[in-house]
Design a protein around this ligand. Structure first.
Ligand code: GLP
Length: 253
């Protein structure tokens, strides 16, 4: 465990350990503030975390009835019923399995073709909820957070992103072929993320080791989007041994 004033790094042995620790932190947030605003993430990394939360809900230890959520991003052009949409992912992976009220969940509307309208609408939604109490983040192999790709301005709020070739390639595993991966997405911006009261970043596997090392110990630069988190005053990183391997090899943890 590394701790400074603002960043805590918790090591887990493996993916399951990371998932349990992350779920514990989210669960504590819900227990301490039943109507907490949670910023939620998609991707393969949070699946185990959500499974653990569902398990505690089923045991009667967690109540989502007052929880409000705001998701980071959505592919532009995908219907919420499309199996690859983040709306569908959230519904099947978490929302349908706990007692959260659908009206309290928010995801950008991938079908909205008026980009300006959708970005303004989603920003208004985020602001109307007040500050996000706890923002859960995964990290891309290129250190993107949400869909804030390298070299996107730090001061952006919700915007439409052209996905980088690296992200299209990484996310192609969820689609039948790479050509099916949407080229654009709506994403909350770095500014929205940085306004969250607390941030919980989770990472698992060797493919994230470089991104994690550069984000935590490298220079703060838009070419490494997650490096901005060094400037946030309450960040917890829960990562497994593989994701922390470069940091450990360098003797930084
Ligand atoms: C997508 C999402 C990110 C996520 C990233 C990593 O691009 N927009 O929010 O963090 O993938 O995904 P995974 O957890 O599958 O590695």
């Amino acid at each position: 465990m590394k701790e400074d004033d603002t960043m805590l790094i918790c090591t887990a042995n493996d993916y399951n350990g990371m998932s349990r620790k992350a779920a514990n932190i989210i669960s504590a947030q819900i227990i301490m503030k039943p109507n907490a605003v949670l910023g939620l993430a998609t991707g393969s990394t949070p699946i185990g975390t959500y499974l653990q939360l569902i398990n505690w809900y089923e045991k009667g230890d967690l109540d989502f009835s007052f929880v409000r959520t705001v998701n980071l991003d959505e592919y532009k052009g995908l219907d919420p019923n499309n199996l690859q949409s983040y709306a569908y992912f959230m519904k099947t992976t978490l929302f349908d399995q706990v007692n959260i009220r659908p009206v309290n969940t928010n995801i950008p509307n991938g079908l909205e073709t008026d980009i300006d309208f959708e970005c303004k609408r989603y920003n208004t939604v985020i602001k109307s909820l007040g500050d996000i109490d706890l923002q859960l983040l995964g990290i891309g192999t290129n250190a993107h957070i949400g869909f804030n790709e390298p070299n996107s301005a730090f001061e952006k709020e919700t915007h439409c992103v052209k996905l980088s070739p690296n992200t299209i390639e990484s996310n192609a595993r969820f689609f039948e072929n790479e050509d099916d991966v949407p080229r654009f997405a709506y994403s909350t911006g770095i500014k929205n993320i940085m306004q969250s009261k607390k941030i919980l970043l989770i990472a698992s596997g060797k493919s994230k080791a470089d991104a994690l090392y550069n984000s935590i110990f490298g220079p703060i630069t838009p070419s490494v989007p997650a490096s901005i988190l060094q400037l946030h005053n309450n960040v917890t990183i829960v990562a497994d041994e593989d994701a922390l391997s470069i940091i450990k090899e360098k003797g930084l943890l």
